[in-house]
Design a protein around this ligand. Sequence first.
Ligand SMILES: Cc1cc2nc3c(=O)[nH]c(=O)nc-3n(C[C@H](O)[C@H](O)[C@H](O)COP(=O)(O)OP(=O)(O)OC[C@H]3O[C@@H](n4cnc5c(N)ncnc54)[C@H](O)[C@@H]3O)c2cc1C
Length: 392
Amino acid sequence: MNVLIVGAGIAGPTLAYWLLRAGHQPTLVERAPELRRGGYLIDFWGAGFDVADRMGIVPELRRRGYVMHEARSVGRDGRLIGSIKTSAIMGALDRYVSIARTDLAATIYAALDGGAELILDDTVRALDDDGDRVRVTFENSASRDFDLVVGADGLHSQIRRLAFGPDEQFEQYQDMVVSVFDIEGYRPRDELVALMHAEPGFQVVRVSLRDDVTMVIFTVRHDGPVPLGSVAEQQALLRERLRGAGWETSALLDAMPQARSFYFDAVSQIEMPSWTRGRVALVGDAAACPSLLAGQGSALAMVESYVLAAELARSAGDHQQAFARYRATLATFLQSKQAAARRLGLAFAPRNRFQLLVRDTTMRFMGIPKVTELAMGRSFRDAIELPDFAAV
Ligand SMILES: Cc1cc2nc3c(=O)[nH]c(=O)nc-3n(C[C@H](O)[C@H](O)[C@H](O)COP(=O)(O)OP(=O)(O)OC[C@H]3O[C@@H](n4cnc5c(N)ncnc54)[C@H](O)[C@@H]3O)c2cc1C
């Protein structure tokens, strides 16, 4: 089958890889003019790690990635509240790596070994599914027919809008915005340590990475309109909401305009009754974004792509059957991931003093190695059996 995959982030190239293994012809279309480098660091683990293992890319992920030493929670004056040492969960960390999201994407893309067509700097303007094929109108390239179209174009998916309807039907805003940026030469540094400081309404995180780079993450409660277009408005919102905050917040805000890359978005989940319609399907954040609160969106995106490709491989061209099995395999699992992520909202930005107290008390207990091992070891295991991949 000829399959158009829209979006060359995490889910798109993973799907292309497994479709190639099944003898299909995937085409990737990516809106960006080039595959990006840098950007925010993600933790990568669970069933998605198993998919990466089956693709043979784990050694490369480890080469590009990081093993963080510690996550430390500090108060307004910088005093230690609690800390989690990764040595306490080394067993679980055997299948865990921290890596830039774009390095994960680039590693998956490299595994395609040139086997999939890639169209950069383009997107889909219209879809016409006549039941036998989908006619795709691109923004720049000439129109083409495909057997299937898969939207792997992230949280604000254009394919979801075109095939399923407006975002408001599916997007569950979590009353929070997130910003991530990286700066060079910031002091102080704590090598490979994540320092976290929370007050009612927000959390500020500073992570010291290699090459004298510091990554900063702000998660801020916000219930007004989210300024998605203008960086100036986004930075003004952060300055306004974090005014008077303790610890290093004002120094980090001062460094923000010099950031090498700046990311800002709403924290939202996507909940849909179905991820497929006719010959169109969605994977990754486009289908079931769990948000950064899950700490696992990339891994889940890879699981979704793997399962969709495996079901297409075993349904011998019957895409309807494959689509039905795709959802049946994953719906409950992904719903539970989304629910768990929502419960973690208070850790990322406590709403009030009581939630802050709960968060800080949890951090104190997590500093006890046995407690860390018990609590985190369990949460690193995913309750899903990946289907076998029947290559043709
Ligand atoms: C701050 C932050 C921290 C996170 N931390 C973690 C973590 O620790 N662990 C983890 O696993 N996950 C984490 N995530 C979530 C993770 O980044 C996402 O779940 C993951 O990137 C989803 O992959 P995807 O391929 O579905 O979408 P994306 O990675 O968003 O990729 C979508 C691709 O589609 C392209 N695109 C978009 N629109 C169009 C269009 N109209 N036409 C063509 N192309 C288009 C984009 O340019 C992009 O390349 C975090 C997210 C954030 C925001």
